[in-house]
Structure formats: structure tokens, C-alpha cells
Design a protein around this ligand. Sequence first.
Ligand SMILES: Cc1cc2nc3c(=O)[nH]c(=O)nc-3n(C[C@H](O)[C@H](O)[C@H](O)COP(=O)(O)OP(=O)(O)OC[C@H]3O[C@@H](n4cnc5c(N)ncnc54)[C@H](O)[C@@H]3O)c2cc1C
Length: 379
Amino acid sequence: MKIELTKEQLNRQKEFREFADDAVVPYAAQNDREERLDPELIERVKERGYLGSMLPQEYGGMGWDWVTIGLLNEEIGRGCSSLRSLLTVHGMVALALLRWGSEEQRSRWLPKMAAGEVIGAFALTEPEVGSDAKNVQSVAAASDDNYVINGRKKWITMGQIADLYLIFAKCEGKPTAFLVERGTPGFSADPITGMLGARASMLAELHLADCIIPQENMVGSVGTGLSHVALHCLDYGRYTVACGCVGLGQACLEQSVRYSRQRKQFGKALRENQLIQKMITEMAVNVKAARLLCYHAGYLKDVMDPDSIMETWTAKYFASKMVNQAASDAVQIHGANGCSHDYPVERYMRDARINEIIEGTSQMHEMLIALHTIRQMQP
Ligand SMILES: Cc1cc2nc3c(=O)[nH]c(=O)nc-3n(C[C@H](O)[C@H](O)[C@H](O)COP(=O)(O)OP(=O)(O)OC[C@H]3O[C@@H](n4cnc5c(N)ncnc54)[C@H](O)[C@@H]3O)c2cc1C
């Protein structure tokens, strides 16, 4: 068996790396400080077609394979976790529509989403409901040809700037997905600031107060909100988060190697110290292992193997834990400098922390992977 990127994937990887080094890395600290993505940066991402990276060409997307999508998220994640979050949530909404949307919804929204004229946000979590998503408290009630939605959504990435929200609410007592456009009467988005990490993700709390939307804004059918719509988009979400963690882990490694070359203690460079070398070794090996899990998950998606879903859970679980250790060690290698804004590793550590919470916490992954493994091994 040979795991090797194709020539085209290698070319794309080079393009993504150059873009990240040129347009993303230099501005990540500023994004973090200002708690927003620079609109010019978003423009550059749009121009490159990256907001359509997950969509087929018939809708104006790039039509890339999953491994290439993973490479993009790895490189963007190496530069700025919040920008990678934009690709994640926007893509989740786009893919929900591609898979479960009506023909009318697809032709209306997908070309605009591919071009980045419309930004999507995924709104499942509520103040009182996180991991236990099937118990969402928001309610959608049928009224004539409309639905009236009432409820609140919290921690919604890009909620401050999105144009189109995929909202999950109980309809006839069952979780169901709906599209709500910014500007709909009764809808408002309050910014959430002061987060630990991914601080430029422009989170918002959404309020839906007698928010009336047309019947045709339901995505899928009554009761399929979690079992079909969210399941599908969360798979993409987990995949892109896992790949983003690989990129962030790579950034920790590169910065640690750079610093340990320059910094001298006891008359020699830190890198000559075997205890420092151990941390660098673990980082290098674990980043590589996480990358291979991501490549494998991407490959399985490309060949439409149903095991790709569990491989994605595995990749996300491993990569998000890996990056927390890598970022913590990167700070350790930097000593006090690592605790200051003078070096990026403190931001890496804060950003890393978020990844064990989003798209299913580590504990949810542990429960699911264990159940799946036990079931598979039954005689
Ligand atoms: C930066 C950021 C961005 C986000 N963006 C979005 C977004 O765009 N859209 C969106 O819908 N949500 C978003 N979220 C919310 C995120 O999806 C939730 O935080 C996540 O699902 C966990 O829910 P919770 O925070 O309510 O934790 P809870 O579900 O309350 O869990 C708290 C802790 O208990 C553990 N736990 C819960 N149940 C069990 C159990 N049965 N067994 C063992 N342990 C358990 C959890 O693993 C966790 O450690 C975002 C969150 C953050 C931090």
C-alpha cells in the first residue's frame, strides 16, 4: 500500500501553502487581537474560490476531491484557526443544501455560497443544549404556508457576519433543519467576545422571536434535522477540524524547531538538549500520525466508503488531542517567551483548546468510537 498525493494534489498543496504564508500567517495575531477576520482577507479567500472548495463545479465550486479539501484546511489551519473555522461552518451549510436541499434551494443558494457572496453559519447549539443535541429547545410551528421559529442559539461561528443560517428546531416534536436569512423580522445576532481561542471566529448568540420563514425553507423533511442533515454536515465539520489541527500542530512544530535553534542556555542551543528533542520528536511523530489519519479519512470519502465516517471521528479525536499536547509542549519549549504575545505559541495553545470541544467533544468521540469498536468486534 502506498499513501502518496497525486501530482495535482501536490500542486494544490503548494498553492495553499503559499497563500497561507503570504495572506494568512502574517495577519493571524492581528485577527486574534481584534477578534475579527479582516474583511480583505475574506475577500482574498473568496477570490481564490476557497469558499466553494467543497462544492461541485456545476454550482460554481472548485469540484475538488476530499484529500485536496483536507490539504486546504490543513494549510489554512496552520495560519489561522478562525479562518479555518469560516471554511468549516460555511462548508457545512453548503453541503447540507447540496445533499438534502430542494432543487430550488440548491440553485438559489449554492452558486452564491461558492462565490462567497453568501456566507453560511451552522446553528445547532443552544444556551441549555450542547452535546445532547436531539433535545434542542427551539421550536418551529407551522402556520399557513410558513413556519414560526422561536428560540436561541449560542456560540455560532461567523454568526456576526453570516447571511444564511442553518437552524435546528423541533417541529412536531422532532429536530428539523431550516434556513433563516439575516434580516428576517424577529431574527437578531448578538456578538460574543472574549473567547479563549479561535477568537476571530466572530461568534454570536442568535435570537429568534416569532421569526416567520416560508415553508420552503425547511431543509430535508420533518424529523431529519439531526439524523440526516446535521449528521452529513458534521462529518465535513469534523474532517476539516481534524485537518486544521494537523496544520496547527505543524505550526507548533515549526515554531518550536525555529526557537530551539536560536535560544541558548547553558552555552548551547536548546535543540541540543535531549529533553527538548524528546518534545520535538513527539510533536513530529504525532503530527504525522494525525495527517495520515486525515489522508485516510479523505481517501475513504473519495472512494465513497461508508467507513469514512468512523475514520473521520478517529482522525478528529486523535488530531484534536494531539494538537493540545503539541501546543502545550511548544509553549514549554519557549519558556516565559511562550507565555507572551511576542511569540505565536500562546495563541496556538488557546486555539488548540477549542478543537476538543467543537464538532463533538472528545468525550462524545470516546463514547462513539468505543461503541463502534465493541460492536465491530462482537463474535
Ligand atoms: C469557539 C466555538 C465555536 C463554536 N461554534 C459553533 C457553531 O458554529 N455552531 C454550533 O451549533 N455550535 C458551536 N459551538 C458549540 C459547540 O458545538 C458545543 O460547545 C459543543 O457541542 C459542546 O456542548 P456544550 O459546550 O454545551 O457542552 P456540554 O454538552 O454541556 O458538555 C460539557 C462537558 O460535559 C461532557 N459531557 C456531556 N455529556 C456527557 C456524557 N453523556 N458523558 C460524558 N461526558 C459528557 C462534554 O464532553 C463536556 O466536556 C462552538 C463552541 C465553541 C467553543
